[in-house]
Design a protein around this ligand. Structure first.
Ligand code: ASP
Length: 339
């Protein structure tokens, strides 16, 4: 049987760093270097490697990920692997998932420990990602699985995975749904298929957002006694400081401090404003609490409910909706499907 043809696209990140003269890690390795570090890959697949960029994922842009999605769509391969930094993998993976509707595995992987350390995880993660891409169950269910992230021998839905620790090796988790599969010995053990109705519905509405211009979305994290002055600054500026939408990372089931409720309501009148749970993921409440900054009041006042999406994912979805030119009511419907 012929080996699957995999295309590896390297963006940069810790997995692609090397030490400079001072010993500090710099971007430097390309896709060929990553492949060369794992000789076993050639036994599993026919691998084509391409260096797309050499940047830390903290400096990637929405435009770059849209360009990457377009490139992926144009490739003839049995599976696609993207290597990048871990910092924004939970966002880029979700954006790719919104943009791609392919029936081949698309997998994002990365490294927490750089190549100069004694036990770097990059080569192991790349090998694991290749094994996942070659696995018959994964290939048969590729469309149903959506874009995946493979880290530390676990397979996650890119739509759900979160970076939950800044430095530890086990920095990734899907707290809401758990992993899709695990790698054990030489086996991929399937564990679940994701529920993707909301993503499919969003994709239908969003269509070809890739052609649109970038739409800055403010992410405002609600904390104890937050006075809402950044919102007031946005409202006072004639161009809203350049922002086209906002995500409020709200407390609990969808609450914000009462002292800034009026600012939030006026912000929602000025631009699509999504409320999303700062607790990491939803679903949030819809009809339990009364009061001017409760979920009942905020929903009635026109704030869009982010459902189970964590604030970073909600920001990605809102940017994509705005880029696609969707009107506020349609955006609210897209988010509503997320619960
Ligand atoms: N700052 C790096 C990046 O995201 C961290 C990493 O790759 O783990 O590119």
């Amino acid at each position: 049987m012929s080996k699957p043809r995999l295309h590896i696209l390297a963006l940069g990140g810790t997995i692609a760093t090397r030490p400079d003269a001072s010993g500090a890690m710099q971007m430097g390795l390309g896709a060929d270097d990553l492949v060369a570090a794992v000789p076993l890959l050639g036994r599993l697949a026919e691998v084509e490697a391409e260096t797309v960029s050499r940047v830390g994922s903290h400096s990637l842009s929405f435009d770059q990920i849209h360009a990457l999605a377009a490139k992926i769509r144009s490739l003839k391969a049995d599976g696609i692997l993207v290597t990048q930094g871990t910092d924004t993998l939970e966002e880029t993976g979700f954006l790719l998932d919104l943009m791609l509707d392919l029936d081949i595995p698309v997998i994002v992987t990365a490294a927490m420990r750089n190549p100069a350390l004694t036990s770097p995880d990059g080569p192991g993660n790349l090998l694991a990602a290749v094994r996942v891409a070659c696995d018959p169950w994964v290939r048969a269910h590729a469309k149903a699985l959506g874009v995946m992230a493979v880290m530390l021998d676990e397979v996650y839905a890119a739509a759900d995975v979160l970076k939950v620790h800044p430095t530890r090796l086990d920095a990734f988790a899907s707290p809401q749904t758990g992993p899709l599969a695990a790698l054990v010995e030489d086996r991929i053990v399937p564990m679940s298929l994701p529920v993707r109705d909301a993503i499919e519905a969003a994709r239908t509405r969003i269509g070809k957002a890739s052609g649109g211009a970038a739409q800055p979305v403010a992410l405002l994290w609600m904390g104890l006694d937050e006075p809402g002055r950044l919102i007031e600054a946005m409202l006072a500026a004639s161009d809203r400081l350049g922002y086209r939408g906002a995500v409020l990372a709200a407390m609990g089931g969808g609450h914000i401090p009462e002292r800034m409720a009026d600012s939030a309501v006026r912000l929602a009148a000025a631009m699509p404003t999504v409320v999303s749970p700062r607790a990491g993921g939803g679903p949030m409440l819809r009809q339990t609490y009364a009061g001017p900054s409760s979920e009942i009041a905020l929903r009635k006042a026109g704030l869009i409910w982010g459902g189970r999406l964590n604030p970073l994912k909600a920001r990605v979805l809102l940017e994509t909706c705005l880029r696609a030119g969707l009107a506020r009511d349609t955006i609210a419907e897209v988010f509503d499907a997320f619960g």
